[in-house]
Structure formats: C-alpha cells, structure tokens
Write a protein that binds this ligand. Sequence first.
Ligand code: ATP
Length: 273
Amino acid sequence: MAEKNTAVHTLAPDEILQVKNLSINFGGLKAVDDLTFTLKEKEIFGLIGPNGAGKTTVFNCITQFYKPTAGEIWFRTNKGTVENLIGKQVHDIIRLGLVRTFQNVELIRELSIIDNVLIGAHIDFKASVLSQALKLPKARREERELRQQAESVLDYLGIVELKDQLAGGQPYGILKKVELARTLMCQPRLIILDEPAAGLNDVETEQLAETIHTIRDKYNCTIFLVEHDMRLVMSICNHICAISFGKLLANGTPSEIQNNKSVQEAYLGAEED
Ligand SMILES: Nc1ncnc2c1ncn2[C@@H]1O[C@H](COP(=O)(O)OP(=O)(O)OP(=O)(O)O)[C@@H](O)[C@H]1O
C-alpha cells in the first residue's frame, strides 16, 4: 500500500490535482500502472480508455475508496492548501472539496429526492449531534437553510417540482440529476463524474453537456469525468488523458487525442476483441 506522504509538494498556481506515479495491483493484475497526469483549475478533464482500462479504479484511488499500491495524489483543497490524499478518510476528502458520482447511481430509493440531496450536505452540518437530535433552534435554522440550498440546487437542475417524490421509480435521467445535485451541496472544488451519460438518451446527453458547462461556471469548480460517449467527451473536455491496461497512452486536447495512433489502436483492438 502507498505510504501516507507528508512531504510538502507544490502545484503550479493554475493546477488543482496531480496524480503522480499511481499504481494499484489486484493480485497479479496491474489495474493502474505508474500513471501520472495533472488537472488545471476550471478544466473539464476527461479520462478515457477501452473497457477494463482502469478508469474507475483511478477514481476509486483518488477518492481513497481503494488504497493505491504506490503513488501520490496532490489536491489543492478548498482551504487553499495542497495535500496528498493518500491515506485520508473518504469523508475528509469530501470536506476538502472533492466529490464524486458513481457509475451506478447510488441513491436511497425509500427517501424523497430532496432528502437524498440533503445527505450530501450532512458533511457541512455545524450544529452538534445533540442539538440536532433535540431539534434546538440552531439545528432547526441550519436545517432550514440547507433545505433552501437543496431546493435552489434542484431548481437550478430543473427538477425542483419533483423534490418531495421518492427517488425509487424515477427515470434514470432524473436520478442522475439528483446525484449531481447531491455533489453540489458539498461546496465542491473538484467534481468527479463516473460515466455521467451512461443510460441517457441523445436529448438528455445534450442537456447534460450544457449542465456540466454551467455547473463549472456557476460553482467555479473543475470537472473530471470518465465517459464512453466519445461525442460528449470530445465536445465538452478541454483536456483528455487516454489510458489502456492501466498505463498512460496519451495526454492532450480532444483533437490531439483523436489523431493519436496509440489511442486509435487501443480502441480498434478493443473493438476487434
Ligand atoms: N476490486 C477489484 N478487485 C479485483 N479487480 C478489480 C477490482 N476493481 C477493478 N478490478 C479490475 O481492474 C481492471 C480495471 O477495472 P476498471 O473498472 O477500473 O476499468 P474501467 O476502465 O473503468 O472499465 P469500464 O469502462 O468497463 O467501466 C479490470 O480488469 C477490473 O476487472
């Protein structure tokens, strides 16, 4: 497992995340192999690669759902500090301003849409557990404010009229928006989206592209996504990193990636399998 790194590291002023020499093995499989790349602030950054290339594993390492075998992950936090995320708790990473969505939408079906969104805000609850349990004025006021914030996020995403409906049974496109709304409750500095367009139709995918752009601008954050829909990736990303078998293939602008021979071969090889 990678050692918790306490060394001081600086990112360039316009950089927000640096994944450095990241590796993780599952038994004999090198799922991520000495991978290095850097994200700039306010970028929409795409991580692409054929099935099984290691994309979700990279996300799981960054958010510390998985403990990497080696490497460093430097993040410019919402406190302005630059910290290595290795060894941190998942909830601490959220507090530092790095939040994510999942490939399979993870919501509580038995809760209303707004309560699912409020789960994203519990990390920011300032009132003590006791004053929340006793519903003291401070806790009530805080809950009211968070509910207003959740409503305004849902309104922004165009689904506020559904706020009191149960999450269970909602169309997939709505569930994806609820998950996105939940990330926006955490004062994100970097949002990681794992296959945001999976399961969406063409119209919903177009709306998603617009939503991702406006979220980046309104919330002043950086977006890091894994996505198989190449049309979406090429149209919204400023920068793309392509990987195959856990290794870096190419790093560059959408047109550099599209014209890169190794990337073309990796995708052709995957199609022939
Ligand atoms: N927890 C795990 N235990 C063992 N192997 C794993 C684990 N998680 C991922 N892997 C393996 O690591 C490799 C990379 O998987 P990963 O899900 O990261 O790929 P991916 O690029 O996200 O694929 P896809 O595009 O199909 O979602 C695969 O061979 C996968 O089987």
